[in-house]
Design a binder for this molecule. Structure first.
Ligand code: ADP
Ligand code: ZN
Ligand code: ZN
Length: 650
């Protein structure tokens, strides 16, 4: 369908009054051409200007239902996005006539009888309890279960139950390509009944899946964030797996969060069960569960004999003091030697996010933090608005500027500087120290070519590689039974990122990475290298201790009134002219200052990625009970990008 990005007003001719409805797919005249459009609203009010007539319906029935149009309007209003950006979420790449579906219907009539699983496991007592609790509650269920505790199996049984009642289920996963085992498992058991929505499918295939779902021919839908917009007819269940994942927030217009949209879908459609699953729930969700807004269901044991791996923490300050300047500590080297001798595999993990932004004292681990915001200050060679032309530290949350210390303020050491090494440097050292090991590196550079990630992944899985070095890409969902050692080169790196979500992100990542070791019979071992061995995220991840991490983190959030206590709206002013970006931000800041109540906080600061794609960015952050309601009182320029409930403020 040609996408005319606008909402326009047309007259419904007398002959079409009966058949044109909200959601109808119609032919319309536009300039001197015919175009296709979707009816978003039908009104008796006559406009004051001349309008053209709709030519005709393309299909007998509307292609979008009322709930979809209502959801569209809610997203546009809540996330301050133009409706035409929102519509895209609801439509397939191509709209095929309904007759296309006949082919599938014929095939399906035969098969659509009661379907009994032949390969599923019998649920354990704990799983059965969780299953019953989910079915019996009217609330959103939060299924908190450590990795390997059998959450997937519970999803499978739930989906089956709804299918047997004639209801559709959507299973939302962070990224299709990272969950191949889970998808294969569902396909093996449910076959044709599973529709996979994958951005890598051809437009035709995706459009056919869309039709199948719309005609209730696919009771099970698996897909990423966007799968929540599947045109279900008889939806009974939505499962959001790994509910804490940041990929559930879309980072372009409309900047929606899948969880909030799912709740709205349940409200609009009625009688839809929501299940959130995670080994490390977001503190926002866990807080709601603790406060009885959600039903909390916990699984504390791994299925079978698999144990959680033992985690060693190496204090890099001591390593530095004894003169080991390598990126691999003595313990890490020993453990690698041992693992290779046992003919097992090693993963070395390097978190790249925010790596060069903070300065750390290598003697004592000191990091300069903003006193007002408790986030690390970020090092800048030259400040955006600076006249001094001296390197400085800036708080990317409130804009506070400080000089870069020459000596560490706590231990007087002069070894206070950037930390962090790239994956390439790690690879070089590994080659030097273990010349006989077969090593591969997975990062943006080595996997730029299509299929190269899959190739390395395949080799590692087959045992043709001994050591895999990589970034976030290897942290998730991958199952390597032969990996006995996971090493984290610098566990604290994510903590240098100036954001209220940093601690949670780091904890989740470390817990997940540690879960890569010992998924089979043996427990496996994990080494975290860090300058901050007593940091909460690191200490609690070491002990696989979600609950104490939560207690710690929720107190921090309360102190600074970050979500879930108060809400945030971020506005970014983006322009290729640095002055205009700043001026517009400052003008809006002044206007907001006038209308915001006393209890609201308002900050202005340059974005962490101050210059991106040749454009400069200044941010405003409003913090308070309901910050988005004030946006309607100010005029926003086209250079302003609004993010309601941002997951990063930097
Ligand atoms: P999670 O999703 O919580 O990480 P999984 O559902 O993948 O956990 O289960 C972990 C392992 O235990 C898998 O290998 C799975 O096949 C197995 N498993 C799960 N439930 C059962 C069960 N009821 N009986 C036997 N094995 C099970
Ligand atoms: Zn120091
Ligand atoms: Zn600050």
């Amino acid at each position: 369908m040609p996408r005319q990005l606008a909402t326009l007003v047309y007259e419904v001719p007398e002959s079409l009054k009966e058949t044109i409805k909200i959601g109808s797919y119609v032919n319309i005249p536009l300039r001197n051409k015919f175009e296709e459009g979707i009816v978003l609203d039908v009104s008796k009010k006559e406009p004051s200007y001349q309008t053209k007539e709709i030519i005709g319906n393309i299909f007998d029935q509307p292609i979008l239902d009322k709930w979809q149009i209502d959801l569209m309007n809610w997203i546009a209003t809540y996330y301050k996005a133009p409706v035409w950006n929102v519509i895209q979420l609801f439509l397939p790449p191509k709209i095929y006539p309904e007759s296309e579906i006949k082919k599938f219907e014929d095939k399906y009539d035969e098969k659509n009888k009661h379907f009994a699983l032949n390969e599923k496991f019998k649920l354990t007592k704990d799983q059965k309890n969780a299953f019953e609790k989910i079915l019996n509650t009217k609330k959103v269920s939060l299924l908190h279960g450590i990795t390997g505790s059998g959450k997937t199996e519970i999803y499978l049984h739930l989906v089956e139950k709804y299918m047997n009642e004639g209801k559709q289920s959507i299973l939302v996963v962070p990224e299709i390509s990272l969950t191949p085992q889970m998808i294969k498992y569902f396909q093996r058991i449910f076959g044709e009944k599973v529709a996979i929505l994958h951005s890598k499918l051809t437009a035709k295939k995706r459009s056919i899946e869309w039709l199948k779902i719309k005609h209730n021919l696919a009771p099970i839908i698996i897909g990423p964030r966007s799968a929540i917009f599947a045109p279900t007819k008889n939806l009974g269940l939505i499962i959001l797996d790994e509910e804490h994942e940041f990929s559930y927030k879309q980072d372009q217009i409309p900047r929606y969060h899948a969880l909030d949209v799912i709740k709205k879908i349940a409200e609009l459609k009625g009688d839809v069960k929501i299940v959130l699953g995670s080994a490390t729930p977001s503190v926002e969700s866990y807080y709601k569960a603790k406060n009885k807004e959600y039903e909390l269901i916990e699984l504390n044991q791994r299925i079978g004999t698999a144990n959680l791996p033992q985690v060693h923490v190496v204090d890099l300050r001591l390593e530095f003091q004894k003169g080991n300047y390598s990126v691999l500590s003595d313990l890490m080297q020993d453990k690698i030697t041992q693992t290779l001798a046992n003919k097992k595999q090693v993963i070395l993990f390097l978190n790249k996010r925010g790596s060069a932004s903070a300065i750390v004292c290598r003697e004592c681990g000191y990091i300069e933090k903003c006193p007002g915001c408790d986030v690390p200050m970020t090092y800048h060679k030259l400040l955006p608005q600076s006249t001094s032309h001296k390197p400085s530290l800036i708080c990317h949350h409130c804009g506070l500027i400080k000089e870069v210390p020459i000596h560490c303020p706590t231990c007087e050491s002069v070894s206070i500087k950037h930390v962090g090494a790239g994956t390439q440097r790690v690879e070089e050292e590994v080659h030097k120290l273990f010349p006989n090991a077969r090593v591969a590196r997975v990062d943006k550079d080595t996997t730029a070519k299509r299929g190269s990630f899959e190739e390395i992944y395949g080799k590692f899985k087959k045992g043709e590689l001994d050591i895999l070095i990589g970034t976030q890409m290897i942290g998730k969902g991958l199952h390597f039974p032969n990996v006995d050692l996971v090493g984290v080169i610098l566990a604290d790196i994510g903590l240098h990122f100036p954001d209220f979500q940093s601690s949670q992100r780091t904890f989740q990542l470390l817990t997940q990475v540690a879960g890569r070791a010992g998924r089979d019979k043996t427990a496996g071992e994990v080494v975290f290298q860090t300058y901050m061995p007593t940091n909460a995220a690191i200490e609690f991840a070491k002990n696989h201790d979600y609950r104490n991490f939560y207690e710690y983190e929720i107190k921090q959030r309360a102190t600074f009134q970050y979500p879930p206590f108060e809400n945030l709206v971020k506005m970014s002013f983006v322009h290729k002219n640095v002055k205009i970006a700043e001026e517009e931000a400052r003008e809006t800041y002044e206007k907001l200052k006038e209308i915001l109540p006393e209890s609201y906080k308002l900050n202005i600061y340059p974005a962490l990625m101050f210059k991106l794609n040749n454009k400069y960015r200044w941010n405003l952050l409003i913090q308070g009970e309901n910050p988005s309601k004030f946006l309607d009182q100010i005029v926003l320029t086209e250079n302003c990008r609004v993010d309601v409930d941002p997951i990063s403020v930097s």
